[in-house]
Design a protein around this ligand. Structure first.
Ligand code: ADP
Ligand code: MG
Length: 326
């Protein structure tokens, strides 16, 4: 069988099947691993790669932004658990002919976001790559014992919320690839794609509220990411497509270019907003800006199912690295 038939998540399951996760530890399958410590706090760990040609095009992304984004996407996984990030490790595989100015600007972006979130660089690895730039970041974080919000804790009757507008990053990417002229709206969308801001403070605030049940960050796209919560929680859900928050910039570029904003919001990834479920009572009292987009329902039968209201357009699933995605 070829990897393209197995798919990204099929492969992860196959890898996972070889290992037993120690009791009390959350391992493969959530945004971070959760490791209880004798101090009474939990350590959170996550790792993410960015590969030239797959995640970015060197000629398009300023290296400052790539440095920022490499850290941001990892910090977002700590935010997704409701944790506080404490430090990072950075591994770089670089072609020998790369200009040192490129690397300096990359590290400038990486240092700026690290300073903003108080996460010192603690180590990593450096090696040569024959051709493409490969970046791997590992992020460490912490939270009080057993308080990390897992994907597996959505409860029947919970409302489903997001912390901000969806689709901007995907529209920004589309604008870059199609060479759309950069007015203020377009630049805003591109900024969201190149310099996402992980919702760390929001994640910590949500973690303090016990009515918040399941949480993750939106990296692959709402449709596929919510499916992970449903699979892990063994629940179904209904989403009201008309309630999905769309920015003015997204609506304007879609109107001008003839793009479907809903398709970008649902299937486009890399928004790095938080997706969480909570009781309706909790939601009514939440001070933090958020949008209710649907509800968790009891699992009918078979695999966890996501149904849509308010749209007749076919919604494609999110990104799979080995299958033909969006
Ligand atoms: P995210 O989008 O939050 O970064 P991923 O979809 O990349 O998460 O990964 C899903 C889960 O699978 C995570 O728990 C991750 O740690 C785990 N995972 C991914 N690739 C591997 C691998 N090669 N070996 C072990 N675990 C993996
Ligand atoms: Mg994640």
């Amino acid at each position: 069988m070829k990897l393209s038939e197995l798919g990204e998540f099929g492969l992860i399951e196959r890898i996972q099947a070889r290992f037993r996760t120690p009791d009390g530890v959350t391992g493969i399958g959530d945004d971070c691993a959760v490791l209880p410590q004798s101090t009474g706090r939990d350590t959170l760990v996550s790792s993410d790669m960015l590969i030239e040609g797959t995640h970015f095009l060197r000629k398009d992304i300023p290296s400052y932004d790539l440095g920022w984004k490499s850290a941001a996407v990892n910090l977002s996984d700590i935010a997704a658990m409701g944790g506080k990030p404490t430090g990072t490790f950075l591994s770089l595989a670089l072609p020998a002919n790369l200009d040192t100015d490129w690397i300096d600007a990359f590290m400038h972006g990486y240092a700026d976001i690290s300073e903003r979130f108080g996460t010192p660089l603690l180590g990593g690895d450096t090696t040569a790559s024959p051709d493409r730039i490969c970046i791997n970041v590992t992020v460490l974080g912490e939270c009080p014992y057993a308080r990390a919000r897992l994907r597996s804790n959505a409860q029947k009757g919970d409302v489903i919320c997001v912390t901000g507008s969806l689709g901007d990053s995907a529209a920004g990417l589309k604008a870059i690839l199609k060479g759309v002229e950069r007015d203020m709206d377009v630049q805003r969308l591109i900024d969201r794609h190149y310099r996402p801001v992980p919702r760390v403070a929001e994640g910590e605030e949500l973690r303090l509220n016990l009515g918040v049940h399941a949480m993750m960050d939106i990296s692959d796209g709402l449709a596929s990411d919510l499916q992970h919560i449903l699979d892990a929680s063994e629940m179904d859900a209904q989403i009201d497509a008309t309630a999905i928050p769309l920015s003015l910039a997204l609506k304007r570029i879609c109107a001008a270019q003839g793009w479907d904003p809903l398709a970008l919001a649902v299937s486009g990834g890399e928004d790095y907003e938080l997706l969480f479920t909570c009781t309706p009572q909790t939601e009514a009292l939440l001070a933090l800006p958020h949008f209710v987009i649907g509800r968790i329902t009891d699992r009918a039968h078979g695999p966890a199912r996501l149904t849509w209201r308010g749209t007749s357009s076919p919604l494609s699933p999110g990104f799979d690295h080995f299958k033909k995605g969006k």
